[in-house]
Write a protein that binds this ligand. Structure first.
Ligand SMILES: *[C@@H]1O[C@H](CO)[C@@H](O)[C@H](O)[C@H]1NC(C)=O
Ligand SMILES: *[C@@H]1O[C@H](CO)[C@@H](O)[C@H](O)[C@H]1NC(C)=O
Length: 656
């Protein structure tokens, strides 16, 4: 990510002198071009209303309105959503891709739909059955063939199961076995080799066919034959169908996708999502955001398609005949892809936005630049609070133009999800980017989003109102002192987007879904006076210290990690001990300077060894690759505890 942002954002270009004349002219321009305020469909001071069971629903739903299952009645499954896109766009451009340094090329809707039909027919001729017991693995980076493969499944009522690199080999084997996957669509040779290795090790007995998107050598085919796996190219499978098999589209309550998430402990869990789950979540975001994409809209696809957030964004795009352009597959080239594609709709995650924020802030070095930047942000944010979103004020032209251009210059909507964003960053970006920025909250088990911020609501630090496809209720968590009667408790969700359970895992399904169909998220929420939800805590990862004090280590970590010299921190406690200890990974860019100030020098490793007393400094980052973070970048607490057991023991011994 660092290199991405370094490429994406060069320092702010600020004119050294702004003459009085220019300021006067600017003021005139400002008054002349100021647009009207956004009209919100609901009273922003009262965004939700109470219903039975102590639950709340969005004020967008009138009293007698049912929860949203779909937005257009001719688009009730993901298959129909795509067909609608084909129709309303008049077979317009659909999936974009590019070679290095080249413009985007587009596959049109009909081409995508035809290729999906051919591929699906070919897969049936390879022995798959057109029903929701057929699970097809998709093991590829974001690219057009991913969507073609997925649509091939839906054209014949089969089920897509995304696989991804960061799962690790054990989880990969587990998923293929659990879902009895006989066919996997792979992007390239490396992934095929990964799969063949499992087979050569006597695992994944169900695997029969690997379909490859990129060109590959004949030795791969032979290696496949030796272990009983048919390795074929995607083009060949598409050409297999001499006779097209009649389409067998799914019904809304048929399974569409099984989305495996790896938790911090145990085997991955396969969340079973139906067509209605996905379509309702996508459909509900449209009235909530009050922005319907049109055929001129373009989004950039770089967040993993294996995550439901990206899947739902794309479902919104296809249903409205809009286009999706794929990044080249290398995050370092994303800035160039953005400039070439010029997306209008940009799904993002806070990690990326934090970097944008840091970069713009650090670009303003001198006191004058800092003053000017703050003034610009203050003035623009005053407009945002009045419901005015624009990118053509004097401040945009003088100060924010560069950062807007670095995103391609046409972004009108951003949606951030997957993790909380800090209010400071969100406010800053709402002021500086001149587009609408929504925050969504949810989890795979409710497809992706369950709440969404309202257009025109410039407040931050909350996750908005329930989407019109679900209702939200808070449930008492007594041992943490949260009570629904105080408007606080565990966030529980019920609605069209709530999943059907984990594949072949009734135990963990029962932990997540209660008998009345409420999904228990494990997050602690609080209703704010305006009716929006704020996430204030997490139910799990709570432990008691010896003196009976409850500790939420992630909360403490979030505080320490804001300190400059701290890159990562793992806080550990034990019910047999009365205090906490921490493993800290120092920031390699900040630590040497700090050490020098107190007269120490040396490499990061040496500095760490010289470390502080009641703290262990560790020179190597926690990463997904070294098994210490989950793919969603959460700490794997059990693994961290096991790895650092010697240090933990030593630290506690010193404290006795
Ligand atoms: C295969 O694709 C992955 C990304 O999905 C990439 O990292 C890898 O280098 C590619 N391997 C080959 C042989 O092209
Ligand atoms: C400003 O916003 C408009 C409308 O949302 C868009 O068409 C235009 O490209 C944007 N310009 C920049 C520099 O972002």
């Amino acid at each position: 990510m660092d290199s991405l942002v370094a490429l994406l954002f060069s320092p702010l270009p600020l004119p050294a002198i702004i003459s009085l004349f220019a300021l006067a002219a600017a003021a005139l321009l400002y008054l002349n071009t100021r647009p009207g305020a956004l009209n919100s469909k609901v009273d922003l001071n009262s965004q939700t209303m109470g219903i039975k069971d102590g639950a709340r629903k969005t004020a967008l739903l009138e009293d007698n309105n049912n929860l949203v299952s779909y937005y257009h009645d001719d688009a009730t499954t993901i298959y129909e959503v795509f067909q609608r896109g084909l129709r309303v766009s008049g077979n317009g451009p659909c999936l974009g891709y590019r070679k290095p340094g080249m413009p985007y090329q587009w596959l049109h809707y009909k081409q995508v739909s035809d290729r999906a039909e051919h591929l699906g027919s070919g897969l049936l001729q390879k022995g798959l059955k057109p029903n929701s017991d057929s699970f097809i693995g998709i093991f590829a980076q974001n690219r057009p063939e991913w969507i073609i493969g997925e649509l091939a499944c839906y054209t014949y009522s089969m089920v897509a199961v995304p696989l991804y690199d960061t799962l690790g080999p054990d989880a990969l084997v587990f998923i293929i076995d659990q879902a009895e996957i006989s066919t996997v669509l792979c992007d390239n040779q490396s992934k095929v080799e990964t799969l063949l290795q499992t087979r050569e090790a006597g695992q994944t007995p169900a695997l029969k066919t690997i379909v490859v998107m990129d060109p590959f050598g004949s030795e791969l085919v032979e290696r496949g034959i030796r272990c009983g796996v048919d390795v074929v190219s995607m083009m060949d499978v598409e050409r297999l169908c001499v006779f097209r098999v009649p389409q067998q589209p799914p019904k809304p309550d048929d399974l569409s996708i099984v989305c495996f998430t790896s938790g911090t402990t145990g085997n991955p869990k396969g969340a079973m999502l139906t067509h209605e789950n996905v379509v309702s979540d996508a459909a509900a975001s449209v009235p909530q955001a009050a922005i319907t994409p049109n055929t001129e809209d373009v989004s950039i696809s770089f967040l993993p398609l294996a995550h439901m957030f990206e899947r739902v964004v794309q479902t919104v795009m296809y249903g409205n005949g809009a286009r999706v352009g794929f990044f080249q597959g290398d995050i370092r080239l994303l800035p160039d892809d953005m400039k070439t594609l010029k997306p209008t709709i940009f799904p993002v995650v806070p990690r990326l936005l934090n970097r944008v924020y840091d970069k713009v802030q650090s670009g303003a070095q001198s006191p004058f630049k800092k003053w000017l930047l703050n003034l610009a942000v203050e003035r623009k944010f005053a407009e945002v609070k009045a419901g005015i979103i624009r990118n053509n004020s004097v401040w945009d032209k003088l100060i924010f133009n560069k950062v807007q251009e670095s995103l391609g210059g046409r972004v009108r909507v951003m949606v951030t999800g997957a993790a909380p964003i800090s209010p400071a960053v969100l406010n800053f970006l709402r002021a500086s980017l001149g587009c609408q920025i929504f925050e969504a909250y949810g989890q795979t088990e409710c497809t992706a989003g369950c709440t969404f911020t309202m257009p025109g609501d410039a407040t931050s630090g909350h996750v908005g109102a329930p989407l019109p496809c679900n209702v939200v209720r808070l449930v008492d968590v007594e041992d943490m002192n949260y009570f629904a009667s105080n408007g606080e408790g565990e966030v529980c969700i019920k609605g069209r987007n709530v999943f059907k359970g984990y594949l072949k895992d009734p135990k963990r399904t029962a932990e997540a879904l209660d008998e009345d169909g409420w999904l228990h998220t494990g997050d602690i929420g609080k209703w704010l006076p305006s009716g929006v939800l704020k996430i204030i805590d997490r139910k799990k990862n709570i432990f008691k210290l010896a003196q009976g004090e409850y500790i939420a280590p992630e909360k403490i970590e979030n505080v320490y990690v804001r300190s400059g010299p701290v890159a990562q921190v793992f806080v550990h406690g034990d019910s047999l001990q009365s205090c906490l200890i921490a493993i800290v990974v120092p920031d390699p860019e900040v630590l040497p300077g700090l050490a020098k100030n107190i007269g120490c020098q040396g490499s990061i490793e040496e500095l760490c060894k010289n470390g502080v007393k009641d703290l262990y400094l560790h020179p190597e980052q926690f990463t997904i690759e070294n098994g210490l973070l989950t793919p969603t970048l959460k700490a794997k607490r059990a693994e961290l505890t096991a790895l650092f057991q010697p240090q933990i023991t030593t630290l506690y011994a010193k404290l006795q």
